[in-house]
Ligand binder design. Structure first.
Ligand SMILES: *Cc1c(COP(=O)(O)O)cnc(C)c1O
Length: 421
């Protein structure tokens, strides 16, 4: 049997092999749904390539100031069309997701304005941008006021939100689509659509911003299709398709994207500058392959959820739950199992398989963190990666997988290692 031979290469126990086969049988319909979404998103992308007449002249590198970079301009038109946005900024000069988000926030908010986050605390790396962790350049230091409404039973607290936006003059509402590394629920597009229409009914001038990291192409439509004014994300996650080596995007209303471009470069310079240095092909090809890569990552997430559930662990989301991001968490309830699992993922990574990750004190975290990231692009979490803070209840966060085959094997190897201790 072909399957058995594959598993023998890595010495995966017979019990685990059988369980994996059983799990995949139960996942047929779930996988089919991912394939349908991938097909739809691929069609949107193909259409945008055709409409914008993408050609190999767009791969040409610009250097220096980067004026008249046809490829860069075409990429931004293609992104805008796919997201139903007026304009886009897709740049290698955006260093990561946090930079895309902070650039957007600094563009939209000035002294005296109020920012309201309605998914509780934003992703950790934004603490110093906002000023909830003190920084003399934060929004709060510059006179912006910051407020939060928490989720209520894992849903938007519609009443709480309505009350605060009716009473106070809110400039910007912030939504985190993905839960990141917390145990709340991620907010799907239909929930985001509902809350945006409620906000706009009260005050249509409120800017709605969405942190779209980890969300691209997990559903058929994106936050900008349901009224978000500005969204931001990273090219080394979903939308880079595993091919982009750096970069980020900001897209939405023309006026807001223009302001963001002037924060990114300089007032008066805006979108006009920014050499593409030969990265345009990678950005286009990464975008083109992204829905298929995201589908693989989703299959990995659902497979991981199913098999660990079968082994008696709590998982979030459930294997058959509707998804809006690629993160899967597993509650392992034991520090030794957690460490074994993460080390197992690293040991089965294409890059640095021989390195044994250890828990360490990472800046910005109150407890030690252990990470497996044996990736081609450093830190790219569209490639299989796993992280865990060493604290109760010992949750591993797993995401990515540019091929389902490699990531499935890695998960099985990690489970085997965890079981053997
Ligand atoms: C990855 C991510 C960010 C940004 O993080 P970077 O590491 O700076 O790219 C922000 N929000 C969420 C939900 C994320 O997943």
């Amino acid at each position: 049997m072909e399957n058995k031979n594959t598993m023998e290469i890595f010495n995966i126990s017979k019990d685990l092999q059988d369980l994996a086969i059983k799990c995949e049988e139960s996942l047929v319909d779930v996988f089919k749904e991912f394939e349908e979404i991938s097909l739809f998103c691929t069609a949107k992308i193909m259409k945008a390539f055709l409409n914008n007449k993408v050609s190999d002249t767009h791969f040409k590198a610009t250097t220096g100031y980067g004026y008249d970079d046809l490829g860069r301009e075409t990429i931004e038109k293609v992104y805008s069309e796919i997201f139903g946005a007026e304009d886009a900024l897709v740049r290698i000069q955006i260093v990561n997701g946090t930079h895309a988000l902070s650039t957007s926030l600094f563009a939209c908010l000035k002294s005296g304005d109020i920012m309201l986050s309605i998914t509780g605390a934003p992703y950790d790396t934004l603490n110093e941008t906002i000023g909830t962790t003190p920084n003399s350049l934060s929004l709060i230091s510059r006179g912006v006021k910051y407020k939060e409404v928490d989720l209520k039973n894992n849903k938007f607290d519609l009443e709480g939100i309505k009350e605060i936006i009716s009473k106070e003059k809110i400039k910007l509402v912030f939504i985190g689509r993905s839960r990141g590394y917390t145990n709340r629920k991620s907010m799907n597009i239909s929930e985001i659509a509902e809350v945006i229409s409620l906000i706009k009914e009260v005050d249509k001038n409120i800017i709605v911003m969405v942190d779209n990291c980890y969300g691209e192409f997990v559903e058929c439509i994106e936050p900008t299709n349901v009224g978000a004014d500005i969204i931001a994300g990273s090219l080394i996650k979903n939308i880079g398709g595993g091919l982009c080596e750096t970069g980020g995007y900001i897209l939405g209303k023309k006026e807001l994207v223009s302001l963001a471009s002037e924060i990114l470069t300089a007032p008066g310079i805006g979108k006009e500058c920014g050499a593409s240095l030969g990265k345009n092909k990678e950005i286009l090809q990464g975008l083109f392959t992204s829905p298929s890569v995201v589908k693989n990552a989703l299959k990995v997430a659902a497979f991981t959820a199913k098999i660990l559930k079968e082994l008696g662990y709590e998982v979030n989301p459930e294997w058959n739950e509707k998804r809006t991001d690629i993160i899967q968490s597993v509650i392992l309830r034991d520090p030794n199992k957690l460490i074994s699992f993460i080390q197992g993922i690293q040991s089965a990574s294409p890059i640095d398989s021989f390195v044994t990750p250890e828990a360490w004190n990472m800046p910005g975290y109150s407890e030690k963190v252990i990470m497996a990231a044996g990736t081609f692009v450093s830190g790219a979490s569209i490639e299989l990666s796993a992280d865990a803070p060493i604290k109760e209840p010992y949750i591993a966060y797993i995401q990515g997988g540019i091929t389902y085959e490699s990531a499935k094997l890695a998960v099985l190897i990690a489970i085997d290692k965890m079981k053997r201790g």
